[in-house]
Design a protein around this ligand. Sequence first.
Ligand SMILES: Cc1ncc(COP(=O)(O)O)c(C=O)c1O
Length: 367
Amino acid sequence: MNIPFLSFEETNRQIKSEMMQAIEKCVDSKWYVLGNEVKQFEEAYAKYSTTQFAVGVANGLDALHLSLLALGIKRGDEVIVPSNTYIATVLAISYTGARPVFVEPDLRTYNIDPDKIEEKITPKTKAIMPVHLYGQACEMDKIMAIASQHGLYIVEDNAQAHGASFKDRLTGSFGDINATSFYPGKNLGALGDAGGITTNSEVLYMKCLSLRNYGSNKKYYNEVIGFNSRLDEVQAAILSVKLNYINSWTTQRIQLSNWYIDRLSACSDLILPATASGATHVYHLFTVRTDKRDTLQQALHKSGIGTLIHYPVPPHLQEAYRHLQYKKGDFPIAEEISNTTLSLPLFIGMTENQVNEVCDVITSFYR
Ligand SMILES: Cc1ncc(COP(=O)(O)O)c(C=O)c1O
């Protein structure tokens, strides 16, 4: 038995010829940077996201960084972020000079606990960054209410949750400005690095167009010190092809996860993912938790089953953030998740039999 953690085999089989045609069209267009492909994808992605505007950028980290810059977040400001997020959310805050302020997640959903946000708000707080972790939408109604009461911006990190929703509204459409990643392994992924920003504000949209292109919206005239963070034509063309499949791929992810939940629910040693009321989960990752995480991972590995840990070290304990002077125990929920979480294989084309095989190894491990 050999079940990888992630495989592109089936998606490539389904759409390889469409992707090759899209690439050929780019080659033949003889226009390789900021051309029709980027424009078309931006329009399609904005429509998909139910926002007025989308901006294609080089990667998800840049999407977060440029979103914060567009809002004017700067040194001296504080930005609220979940303590168990992927490091990119925190890095983006650091790039602006602002300070990341960690709020613990809910141990059931792994998303930021809305009830713990207000105690972290100070006069310096400028924004809240909800991260729809593993593919589950955050409880956006509570978060939006807190932001509006305190006059704070919301910047969603939607890198892992294309197509998820809270109370029927899509993630990536709630915030003042929102960032996503199209890293290949994401639910909507390019064939290399790529990212995107969504917003309903024309002002923020224009700022992002400028920031990603040397701070210029008119060739050779620079209004701000910008970056080169353009989505390239070939990646945009690939993303346009894949966008047509995202809904059916999401349905498959949910089906695979339901099989996992069904087969593993009798296993009392294992904590399965829980979805908050009102939220949907698009299962970018199917994560379980167990005190025997490391030995379970070894047992799966011995049986040829790939797993990963998202994430082994929470941001406050990363060497890069030593200067914030946090220590073990400061964010016990994030630490508990890091110590116990394990992501099982889940990819388009995975079969019910493969899910059963993974579950068989897990149940015999506990027997
Ligand atoms: C939650 C989250 N935020 C941000 C990023 C950064 O995206 P990228 O790798 O495209 O820079 C990722 C993915 O890597 C992510 O999972």
